[in-house]
Design a binder for this molecule. Structure first.
Ligand SMILES: [Zn+2]
Ligand SMILES: [Zn+2]
Length: 71
């Protein structure tokens, strides 16, 4: 797979949209890996602050409500 921007061999894949990017075009962005409830009932988020981002797609700032997880 080649870089979305320059068509050279890619080093990784955007965590948000799946586009492939090389090191020189890769960017980073915080990425939520998992959301769960703690034993005390508090919503908890596991996040990484430098997930690979292609620089093309625009992950939404606001959470999107899911109608259903049973797809
Ligand atoms: Zn590139
Ligand atoms: Zn992307």
């Amino acid at each position: 797979m080649n870089c979305w921007h320059c068509d050279r061999p890619a080093h990784g894949v955007c965590q948000f949209c799946g586009r492939a990017v090389c090191k020189s075009h890769a960017q980073t962005m915080p990425h939520v890996v998992a959301v769960y409830r703690s034993k005390a009932g508090n919503p908890m988020v596991i996040a990484t602050d430098n997930a690979l981002h292609c620089g093309v797609c625009h992950p939404k700032d606001d959470p999107i409500q899911l109608d259903s997880l049973d797809e």
